[in-house]
Ligand binder design. Structure first.
Ligand SMILES: Nc1ncnc2c1ncn2[C@@H]1O[C@H](COP(=O)(O)OP(=O)(O)OP(=O)(O)O)[C@@H](O)[C@H]1O
Length: 278
């Protein structure tokens, strides 16, 4: 079975226990329960959460990175996109032209630019959802002397997590709890048994994968001011352990996190440049 990137499910940001579902368009094996964006706002779900669970989400996903389960092994490395071009099959025009990105580990890269310029297309290539027509995407490790080690490492799909622009389209269940425990063996009356909830959530959190590179497409879009602030705070925490690559129009809010930024020009040309003054 082909491997897939980690799909991040921001279940709780929508403020409702009922979730719009898109079961038919979602492959079961495509779904992992990594509740990044939800861990701050999980407390909104009074019918599902207890104080202990909120604490557990915060502690495990945001604070307790010393837990070996969540430790990401990072040598000195750089995520690289090298001369990537992309032309969708059956078309005559390149959507991306000679794109280059170099993003050191545990740093925050932001891609901005006009709608339709190709930002999402690039994220999809990086996530392994489609293949570049030419060029390569890889991880380059460096020795203590700062020189690139000869062999680069393939950026396999398992190393990448992705938060889609409209993540609610990828939910498979009708409630937060079902979403979290999707794919677990059902127990008789399982969803009604509140005493099982804590342990199930704990196990779900522990069993998720942590990517080396997390990419997010418009992570603030459609959120209210509180949720936006929560997500920015969460991204700041995550940056301590992961490499983050974000596409966004919300430059002002994300600016304090940004280490490197690129502007995507119409025609799929990416230029490294500082964020415009907001
Ligand atoms: N498979 C495809 N075949 C042909 N054209 C495509 C394909 N996928 C995307 N496009 C076109 O490529 C262009 C870039 O789309 P993309 O979604 O990557 O832009 P974007 O910069 O992310 O825009 P936005 O900010 O609005 O999300 C668009 O004009 C889109 O219609």
């Amino acid at each position: 079975m082909a491997s897939n990137p980690l799909i991040v499910s921001p279940v709780a940001v929508f403020g409702s226990t009922r979730i719009a579902t898109a079961k038919s368009c979602f492959r079961r094996d495509f779904h992992f329960h990594f509740l990044l964006r939800s861990c701050f706002s999980f407390r909104k779900f009074s019918c599902l959460t207890e104080k202990t669970l909120n604490y557990d989400f915060d502690r495990r996903l945001c604070r307790d990175w010393s837990n070996p389960t969540f430790k990401v092994s990072c040598d000195l490395s750089c995520f690289q996109v090298k001369d990537v071009s992309y032309r969708p099959p059956g078309t005559q025009t390149n959507l991306l032209n000679g794109v280059n990105i170099s993003l050191p580990e545990k740093s925050f890269g932001l891609i901005f630019g006009r709608s339709g310029s190709g930002k999402t297309t690039l994220l999809q290539l990086i996530a392994g959802l489609s293949k570049p027509t030419s060029g390569s995407i890889y991880i380059q490790r460096y020795g203590n002397d700062g020189k690139a080690l000869q062999s680069s490492e393939e950026l396999t799909a398992e190393k990448v997590g992705i938060v889609f622009q409209f993540p609610e389209r990828y939910f498979v269940a009708d409630s937060v709890l079902e979403e979290v425990i999707f794919g677990w063996p059902r127990q008789r009356g399982g969803l009604q048994l509140k005493e099982l909830l804590a342990s199930k959530l704990q196990k779900a959190i522990i069993s998720v994968q942590i990517p080396d590179l997390l990419i997010l497409d418009e992570p603030l879009a459609g959120l209210d001011w509180k949720a936006r602030a929560d997500v920015v705070k969460l991204l700041k925490q995550l940056k301590k352990e992961l490499t983050l690559l974000v596409v966004s129009h919300d430059l002002k809010e994300l600016a304090p996190l940004v280490d490197r930024s690129w502007k995507m020009e119409i025609g799929g040309v990416l230029n490294e440049e500082p964020l415009p003054a907001c």
